[in-house]
Ligand binder design. Structure first.
Ligand code: ASP
Length: 315
C-alpha cells in the first residue's frame, strides 16, 4: 500500500467570517498550512503515521493561536491544565495525559506514556513527575500565557459558566480578539498504518479537575488499522457520553458504513440529539479523509498523496 493522507483540525465552534479580520483569517490559514505540510513531509519521506501526527501537533501546540500547549485556555483557578492523547492503529497502543502543567508539548508526554510506560493514561502531578523523569521539556507559566485567552477567562471567572474557547456567551465583545482551538491530527502512512492524536487546554474556566474527551481513548481520540483514525473537537462532555470516536469505528466495522457515513451519524445525529456541539476529522484505512462538524465552523485541512488538498475554516 502506498497511498498516504494527513487530516488536521484546530478546533470547532462559532467560527464565522463576520468575526474574523483579514489578518486573523490569514494567520489561521497559514498556521494550518504549516502544520499540514510538516506532517505531510514525514509521510512523503516514508515516515510513520505516528511520527507524522506528532510533527503536526507539536507545531500547533507551539502556535499561540491554538488552545493547546502555548496559548491554552485558563481554568477557574487561572492556570493552564492540558490534556493530550495519541493512538497507534497498528498496535492499538495508546498514551494519554490529563491535567498536566508546564509541559511544553503535552503530545510528546502522551507519546512517552504510549512508548515508554506500562500504562495508557496518566493524570495531574503523577503525569508531571513522569514528564520530569523522562526528560520532557517544561516551560514556566509565562510561556503559556496569552492575553486573549486571559481576557476570555476574565469574562467567565466570577461565574459558574465554562465554555468552549470559541463559543462564548458574549460573543460580540470577545470574538474580535478570539483565537480558538483544540488541535488534532490523523494520518495513514505508506505502510497502511493509521494513527490519531488530539491536544487541548480543554474548556475556559473549567474546575474540579475537569477532563474532556480529548485525552480519553475512544471518545476524543481513536485509531484502528481495521477501520479509521479519528480526532474530535467540541463540547467534550457529549463526546464522552457518545463515545464518539470509537462509535465511528464501530459503525464502520459492524455496520459496514463508510467513514463519512459513520461520522455523519455520530456528529449530525447522535451528538446533535444531546446538544453536543463540535466536529471531528478522520482518515479511513484506504486513506480517504472526512471532516464533519455541526458547529458554525471548524479549522480543518487535509492533504493526500492523490493530490487532494483542502484548508478551510467555515461551513
Ligand atoms: N473537546 C475539548 C474539551 O472538551 C474542547 C475543544 O475541542 O475545544 O476539552
Amino acid at each position: 500500500m502506498s497511498r498516504f493522507t494527513l487530516a488536521i483540525h484546530g478546533g470547532a465552534g462559532t467560527i464565522v467570517p463576520e468575526d474574523m479580520t483579514p489578518d486573523l483569517e490569514a494567520a489561521y490559514l497559514l498556521s494550518l498550512k504549516a502544520a499540514l505540510n510538516a506532517g505531510y513531509a514525514v509521510l512523503e519521506e516514508g515516515g510513520s503515521a505516528v511520527n507524522a501526527i506528532k510533527s503536526t501537533i507539536v507545531l500547533m501546540e507551539d502556535n499561540i493561536l491554538f488552545n493547546a500547549g502555548r496559548g491554552a485556555v485558563f481554568t477557574k483557578k487561572g492556570v493552564q491544565e492540558m490534556d493530550a492523547a495519541v493512538m497507534d492503529g497498528k498496535t492499538l497502543k495508546a498514551g494519554a495525559v490529563a491535567g498536566v502543567r508546564n509541559v511544553r508539548n503535552p503530545i510528546e508526554l502522551a507519546m512517552e506514556v504510549m512508548l515508554n510506560s506500562n500504562h495508557v493514561f496518566l493524570s495531574g502531578k503523577g503525569a508531571n513527575d513522569f514528564a520530569i523523569k523522562q526528560g520532557i521539556k517544561l516551560e514556566p507559566d509565562e510561556y503559556f500565557f496569552s492575553q486573549f485567552r486571559y481576557d476570555q477567562w476574565k469574562e467567565l471567572r466570577d461565574s459558574d459558566k465554562y465554555s468552549l474557547d470559541h463559543t462564548h456567551q458574549r460573543l460580540e465583545e470577545l470574538m474580535k480578539d478570539k483565537k480558538f482551538g483544540t488541535v488534532g491530527a490523523v494520518a495513514l502512512d505508506r505502510n497502511g498504518n493509521l494513527a490519531a492524536a488530539t491536544s487541548t487546554g480543554g474548556m475556559t474556566n473549567k474546575k474540579y479537575g475537569r477532563i474532556g474527551d480529548s485525552p480519553i481513548i475512544g471518545c476524543g481520540t481513536y485509531a484502528n488499522n481495521k477501520t479509521c483514525g479519528i480526532s474530535c473537537t467540541g463540547h467534550g462532555e457529549m463526546f464522552i457520553r457518545t463515545v464518539a470516536a470509537y462509535d465511528v469505528s464501530c459503525l464502520m466495522e459492524y455496520k459496514n458504513m463508510s467513514l463519512e457515513e459513520a461520522m455523519v451519524e455520530v456528529v449530525q445525529k447522535k451528538l446533535v440529539a444531546i446538544g453536543g456541539e463540535g466536529g471531528m476529522i478522520g482518515v479511513d484505512h484506504h486513506g480517504k479523509p472526512a471532516l464533519v462538524f455541526n458547529s458554525k465552523g471548524m479549522y480543518r485541512a487535509y492533504k493526500t498523496s492523490e493530490k487532494e488538498e483542502l484548508i478551510a475554516l467555515y461551513q
